[in-house]
Design a binder for this molecule. Structure first.
Ligand SMILES: Nc1ncnc2c1ncn2[C@@H]1O[C@H](COP(=O)(O)OP(=O)(O)OP(=O)(O)O)[C@@H](O)[C@H]1O
Length: 374
């Protein structure tokens, strides 16, 4: 084995290789106990998270949770105040290392696409290929345009293309230098909802074909579920949970995580003889000891009206027709707040007020109460 060069030299070297390599190769990118402080405000509070080679990792969280700051740190636009950033296991930013953005081999794509309006599409795409000779740059750029199926637009200007086409050009531009990791900040937020679906599906396919590692920021849980191999849920600068969509949806670690993926009714419960008992009756099994207080999150789709004979009595106090479903608000004795139910439209007749309320066990999530909850 030959002697290892310094990590800074290695990272710079790999970045150079990558900008001109014929095939992109996916890298891992790891945040290691990353803190970011501005004045006395701690914006990131020790985040440890890694995107694996070829993985699409979504950073999901509410506005202001620190997602964009994480991308900026990954790109080298901001520098963390503590912690390390590793590309393929090699430190690219840490207490004694800082590889500049252009040497990292990390691509960035922000929400407004930022195509240069005065340049043709071809020139926009080959902008990031200055290191290559002009012939090679043109070939690479045309191949990238072919990949997003827009080679015919090469001589057009950005304003001549639709929002979705511009987004695909921006993606082609971000991918042509063959970054080992592509960072995307709300890449679909500028598109209307119908176009968003199509462009998102196309993007996913292009990322897969390019075998790119991608870290995608979104505040939309459904978008994260559609795109991601894994989702990292962020709140107030902390990592709440990381896992597949099914893991976060099915086994959320707390009410915040549960509420991010589903609309919920929240009711109080107490454990009696191994069952969680609420005003709606027993709703789940529990290993906790008798008398333990729990919080029960109940997805709206799991509150069923008139489906079974067994259940508690309820009264519909409001209903809304939402196309395929009816959203109904139901008052139940013993509960201060009415509950909401989403059921296939028309299952409960329009004029019916009094209903039998039952629970679908797969839509029940039970959380032990922490001392802070009591
Ligand atoms: N340089 C800075 N100086 C002061 N505050 C900052 C700075 N950078 C970020 N912040 C603050 O840090 C918090 C996190 O910002 P960030 O943009 O990372 O959040 P976000 O999760 O991407 O939110 P959004 O979805 O709204 O873009 C915000 O409250 C923001 O105002």
């Amino acid at each position: 084995m030959r002697a290892e060069p310094s990590s800074a030299a290695r990272a710079g070297e790999t970045a150079r290789e990558r900008t001109s390599a014929g095939v992109s190769f996916a890298a891992s990118l790891a945040f290691e106990t990353i803190h970011y402080r501005v004045g006395s405000t701690e914006i990131l509070k020790g985040i440890t998270l890694a995107a694996q080679p070829g993985e699409i990792l979504c950073l999901l969280g509410p506005s202001g949770s620190g997602k964009t700051t994480m991308l900026k740190i990954a790109a080298g636009i901001e520098r963390q105040t503590a912690g390390r950033l590793l590309l393929n296991g090699r430190e690219i930013s840490g207490p004694g290392t800082f590889i500049t953005p252009e040497k990292r081999g990390v691509g960035l794509m922000f929400q407004d696409f930022a195509l240069f309006p005065h340049m043709t599409i071809l020139d926009n795409v080959r902008f990031g290929l200055k290191q290559l000779g002009s012939g090679a740059a043109k070939r690479e750029a045309m191949a990238a345009l072919a990949r997003v199926n827009l080679q015919e637009a090469a001589q057009d200007y950005p304003h001549m293309l639709s929002g979705g086409e511009q987004q695909r050009i921006a993606l082609a531009r971000a991918l042509t230098p063959r970054p080992s990791v592509l960072l995307m900040d709300e890449p679909f937020s500028g598109l209307d909802s119908r176009l968003k679906d199509v462009v998102r599906t196309d993007t996913l396919q292009i990322l897969r074909e390019a075998h790119a590692t991608a870290i995608v920021v979104t505040h939309d849980a459904e978008e994260a579920m559609r795109l991601a191999d894994r989702i990292a849920l962020i709140k107030d600068g902390e990592l709440v949970q990381v896992g597949t969509a099914a893991e976060l949806y099915g086994r959320p670690v707390n009410l915040f995580a549960a509420g991010f993926f589903s609309e919920l009714n929240i009711v109080e419960g107490v454990v009696r003889a191994g069952r969680v008992v609420t005003a709606l009756g027993p709703v789940a099994d529990s290993p906790s000891s008798d008398g333990s207080e729990v919080t029960v999150a109940l997805r709206l789709t799991g509150l069923r009206l008139n489906e079974r004979e067994a259940g508690v009595s309820g009264r519909i106090v409001a209903r809304r027709f939402l196309g395929g479903v009816d959203l109904m608000t139901v008052a139940v004795e013993g509960l201060d707040m009415p509950l909401r139910s989403r059921m296939r439209a028309g299952l409960v007749p329009e004029n019916q007020r009094d209903v039998v309320v039952s629970i679908d066990p797969q839509d029940v999530i039970v959380f032990e109460k922490t001392p802070a909850d009591r």
